[in-house]
Design a protein around this ligand. Structure first.
Ligand SMILES: NC(=O)c1ccc[n+]([C@@H]2O[C@H](COP(=O)([O-])OP(=O)(O)OC[C@H]3O[C@@H](n4cnc5c(N)ncnc54)[C@H](OP(=O)(O)O)[C@@H]3O)[C@@H](O)[C@H]2O)c1
Length: 269
């Protein structure tokens, strides 16, 4: 469904580049375009991903079938005001954190087709987790287009907009939690006598491999944990220490706190 579509990026920063890379690699027939105030940046993206460059945001919007809003949330209103009276009205897919579909629709004049997305940083290496939700006027076909766009850099889940703060608390902020855990595991390896680099590689591959095992077998994490805990063995001793330290409660608290913070920030809109 992305075949032959013209996908234009307003803003050519990190998230835009992740998507450009994924689309160039996995969706050969799409046409890519980008506009950004930094001319050197635009030429770099053009060379690297075969993207057409546009001199200004309005020209990009008039060219595109799908526009990805990939600027910082603080300047989104200004950029949308600039393009709100363009001749064409392509589907707008926003990755701007915290901006609601209502805000985006209002900024574009009401009847715009809008999809809101919350990707995460592993999209930069093609392993992102993105949640998308529909604006009032977006069709099923618009949602499918957005889903395919984010599938190019990982996996995509469709949620209700009321669930977006939970997504922010879980997968949006999640990479930071995982990096804390990896740093701690690496410290633990060092404490028990391993060289730092060895400890970090073993910890990271254990995290990656366990997630892969879960996803590829469609397994339950509890059942997969049971597979490595033999009676009276080493792993159950480690699991006991984690439970005594309140690992599960701490992680639940972290997601809850981040989701509440996302809600607070959203209420300031
Ligand atoms: N990075 C992530 O992992 C991530 C995850 C989830 C959501 N997001 C969302 O993705 C969006 C982009 O984030 P990012 O990390 O990619 O930021 P970024 O690297 O700063 O990219 C934003 C780009 O927009 C450009 N820009 C500034 N003013 C513009 C204008 N008037 N018209 C067009 N482009 C303009 C910036 O240029 P200058 O540098 O010259 O200002 C910059 O190249 C944000 O809304 C963020 O909330 C990012």
């Amino acid at each position: 469904m992305l075949d032959g579509k013209r996908i234009g990026f307003l803003g050519g920063g990190n998230m835009a580049e992740a998507l450009l890379r994924g689309l160039a690699k996995n969706c050969g027939s799409v046409q890519l375009g980008v506009s950004d105030p930094r001319k050197d940046r635009v030429s770099e993206l053009a060379t690297q991903y075969g993207a057409k460059t546009e001199s200004d945001n309005r020209a990009l919007v008039d060219w595109a079938d799908v526009v990805v809003l990939a600027v910082k949330p603080q300047i989104a209103a200004e950029v949308l005001a600039e393009v709100s009276d363009c001749d064409s009205s392509p589907l707008l897919v926003s990755v701007a954190a915290g901006l609601t579909t209502g805000f985006l629709e209002n900024a574009l004049g009401g009847a715009a087709h809008v999809v809101r997305a919350m990707p995460n940083t592993p999209a930069l290496v093609g392993a992102g987790a993105t949640a998308i939700c529909s604006g009032t006027h977006a069709s099923d076909s618009d949602m499918e287009t957005a889903r395919l766009l984010f599938d190019a850099v990982g996996i995509t889940e469709v949620v209700k907009e009321s669930q977006m703060n939970a997504v922010t608390g879980l997968s949006g902020s999640g990479p930071a939690y995982v990096f804390l855990v990896l740093d701690a595991l690496s410290d633990a390896g060092v404490k028990m006598g391993l060289p730092r680099a060895t400890a970090l590689r073993l910890a990271a591959q254990t995290m990656l491999g366990s997630a892969k095992l879960l996803m590829e077998t469609n397994g339950h994490p509890g059942a997969l944990k049971d597979m490595v805990t033999s009676p009276g063995g080493t792993t159950i001793a480690g699991v006991h220490a984690l439970e005594a330290g309140g690992l599960r409660t701490t992680l639940i608290n972290a997601v809850e706190a981040a989701a509440h913070r996302a809600e607070e920030l959203g209420n300031r809109e």
